[in-house]
Design a protein around this ligand. Structure first.
Ligand code: ZN
Length: 412
């Protein structure tokens, strides 16, 4: 009786990571940097224990054949906002001002699951956009297994110069989409956010001061440098939102790790970023989505903003800037993260470079040495797609199998 109950309870558990070893046999394996035909992958205790041809599996290993499929490391989303949802349904201002935190968290739980099911087993979530430190709780609930979702690298509230961000309201002060701080108080705010749970510090290095105008730098070089020093002391990387060449220059010179967007970057800016090894997160998919919300039908020639994003991306590639894969998902639907990868390819990046950016590249750029590749000792975060995405990148939009930490969370 006792044994029967234990067996019944075990059956209810969602594929425990401590189960018997699993031998996965796809047609080919993308290890994060190269494709290998005929490789197998052995997983045990939540980790990859071996990868290669003709592996010797333990006698008790469960076999998981994936004929016709390619196995890849779980994708890493470089720029998400799980607490936002598409702006064509609800404008950003209304999400920040009119949606309660409970409502936003409830939706974020759904977004987290959609992200995981699309094969994105890690997200770098760059700001709660007015939802306080709700990302801390969401991350914990996922890590404890209460709700399905990706591993989260979080920024909490993010930081903006007072008066520079949004929403705007001329009649009275309204809650802002990020924490306002500058001068010496900026360093205090960086430290408070880290103490509250930020894994990465996010600063807005420029923004449009009033609706309808272009972006202008917000933080001085000295302010960014002080924030970077405080974050790096705490072992946290710094992400700087910057579109203007001047803010990008300041961020790179100040030692920021990643620049988000970078749409107005010029050759000199990207040369500096390449020299300083500052990573660019181009977020092509956000600009693409916003252009569509404004009525673009997706045909060429694309609107000026989309062409500018593409041109900056191409300049950055030419200059040898390390380029991460991050789409600013939340502007568009969670689970459609692969849109960024397809747009990177469309803008001229090779399929191999795109696949690397979304796996081993993002892991390296974000300091995540425990994932992003298929190699012994790393987290068993794996996805499978039908066919060969190196030949046809569209395959990445059709993830049919997802394993996170050795547990199968999707198998079609
Ligand atoms: Zn963003």
């Amino acid at each position: 009786m006792k044994h029967q109950l234990a067996a019944a309870l075990l059956a209810l558990l969602p594929c425990p990571a401590v189960a018997a070893p699993v031998l996965l046999s796809p047609d080919r394996v993308w290890d994060g940097e190269a494709m290998h035909s005929g490789w197998q992958v052995l997983v045990e205790g939540g980790r990859i224990v071996a990868a290669g041809a003709n592996l010797e599996a333990p006698a008790d290993a469960r076999r998981l054949d994936l004929p016709g499929h390619t196995l890849l490391p779980g994708f890493i989303e470089g720029h998400s906002h799980l607490l936002l949802h598409p702006y064509d349904k609800t404008p950003w201002d209304d999400q920040v001002l009119k949606e309660s935190e409970a409502y936003r968290v409830a939706r974020a739980v759904v977004h987290a699951k959609a992200t995981l099911m699309a094969g994105f087993t890690t997200v770098r979530d760059l700001g709660s956009e007015g939802a306080g430190t709700a990302d801390v709780g969401l991350k914990r609930a996922i890590n404890e297994g209460h709700v399905p979702g990706p591993r989260m690298i979080i920024a909490t509230r993010a930081l903006v110069a007072p008066g520079s961000y949004a929403p705007k309201n001329d009649a009275w002060a309204v809650p802002q989409g990020a924490e306002e701080a500058d001068g010496p108080a900026l360093v205090s705010a960086v430290r408070r956010q880290i103490g509250a749970g930020a894994d990465v510090v996010k600063l807005y290095g420029d923004y449009r001061w009033r609706p309808g105008e272009g972006s202008r730098p917000t933080y001085s070089q000295a302010e960014i440098a002080a924030a970077v020093a405080a974050a790096h002391d705490a072992g946290r990387p710094v992400a700087v939102h910057a579109n203007t060449a001047e803010a990008m220059h300041r961020a790179s010179a100040a030692g920021a790790d990643v620049i988000e967007h970078g749409s107005e970057g010029d050759a000199a800016t990207f040369a500096l970023m390449a020299k300083n090894k500052t990573v660019l997160c181009p977020t092509l998919a956000a600009g693409d989505a916003i252009a569509r919300y404004r009525g673009w039908n997706g045909q060429e020639p694309a609107p000026a903003d989309v062409l500018q994003d593409r041109a900056a991306f191409q300049l950055a590639m030419k200059a040898g800037v390390p380029i991460c894969m991050g789409g600013d998902v939340g502007v568009f639907a969670h689970g459609e993260n692969a849109r960024e990868m397809l747009l990177m390819a469309k803008a001229g990046m090779t399929n191999a470079a795109v696949l690397t950016a979304a796996t081993a590249g993002n892991a390296r750029y974000f300091g995540l040495s425990d994932r992003g590749r298929i190699a012994p000792g790393l987290h068993a975060d794996l996805v499978a797609v039908p066919g060969d995405p190196l030949q046809d990148l569209n395959r990445i939009s059709h993830v049919v199998f997802v394993m996170k930490g050795g547990a199968v969370v999707k198998s079609e």
